[in-house]
Design a protein around this ligand. Structure first.
Ligand SMILES: [Zn+2]
Length: 310
């Protein structure tokens, strides 16, 4: 916690449309006819902000609220499926890639909350980001398959993501190019949580942030974990992007986690960075994220951290 440095002063000024234009232009124009700008629907700060006018503050309301949010942002009801594992439900939307192969990118955020507070920062910010990313790319011809997933029961020990990854057979794991997890934006600048992120993806995100002139940091937060951890255990490259600062223990998992605490610029910054990352991973050779992934990993530390969730 202490090693997460506050750089709030940098929050102003870099949220210009320029940033979005930059990644939109760099995203591949699918078949040589459609332009990126024509098919990418980029959300504005006001649109993201409006999502926090009504936050479902009770756990039992959240599953329905997630489905409703995706539908409001353009998903057909039949596209919003619930993977029901009896003990946990994940909301899943799949977008087939134009490559017609098995290569898949997972982008996820947990929708559950702890008993205290409204779970606005942790993790309605992630859900709003996920749903807006869905709308952004819905009609854009990405090459790889993309699975958008809202996980249940993360706070009780990464239960929703574990249920999903338990269904991935060992020989299928290499089809999964990367997993991008969004957990708790909305306080400070976007960061990756080093304890549960592949160095290859963190490096790529750092380079992208530089390119887009977005601030970005990465650090460990001791005793924190999130749903990317279950993908790493399957040897799938993964990253958790958050927007916490050293203030987080006063907000998360407490009555202070309410919509008034959400810094919308932080959410939008995370959304833009995640969008750029998704577009870039879609263009990339998946092998690039695997190489050297496990070189410096401390296995014991990782499994210990998995037990405590953020
Ligand atoms: Zn969380």
């Amino acid at each position: 916690m202490r090693n997460v440095h506050l750089r709030m002063g940098m929050l102003a000024g870099w949220l210009a449309c320029l940033v979005v234009a930059a990644w939109a232009q760099e995203a591949p124009a699918a078949n040589g006819t459609a332009t990126a700008a024509a098919t990418l629907r980029v959300s504005t700060l006001d649109e993201v902000k409006a999502e926090f006018d009504v936050v479902p503050c009770k756990n039992k309301e959240r599953l329905q609220a997630v489905k409703a949010l995706f539908e409001r942002l353009g998903a057909r009801p039949e596209d919003v499926t619930v993977a029901d594992f009896k003990h946990v439900q994940n909301v899943v939307l799949s977008k087939p890639g134009t490559n017609n192969n098995a290569e898949t990118i997972v982008i996820g955020a947990h929708y559950d909350k702890t008993a205290d507070g409204c779970g606005a920062v942790d993790n309605w910010t992630g859900i709003v980001t996920l749903a807006h990313l869905y709308r952004t790319f819905k009609d854009y011809p990405l090459r790889k398959n993309v699975v958008f997933v809202a996980f249940g029961r993360e706070e009780e020990g990464l239960i929703g993501s574990s249920a999903m990854t338990s269904k991935i057979k060992k020989e299928q794991a290499t089809d999964y190019c990367a997993m991008i997890n969004i957990d708790s934006l909305g306080i400070g600048v976007p960061q990756s949580l080093d304890n549960v992120s592949s160095p290859t993806l963190t490096k790529l995100t750092e380079a992208l942030a530089k390119e887009l002139e977005l601030p970005f940091a990465h650090a460990r937060i001791e005793k924190a974990s999130s749903d990317s951890a279950t993908f790493l255990q399957k040897k799938i490259p993964a990253i958790t992007i958050h927007g916490l600062t050293s203030e987080w223990p006063n907000i998360l998992h407490s009555k202070n986690d309410n919509p008034a605490k959400v810094n919308f610029s932080s959410v939008v910054a995370g959304y833009r960075l995640a969008a750029a990352l998704l577009a870039r991973v879609d263009e990339a050779d998946c092998q690039a994220f695997r190489e050297g992934k496990d070189k410096n990993k401390d296995k014991d530390k990782e499994s210990k951290e998995k037990k405590e969730s953020k």
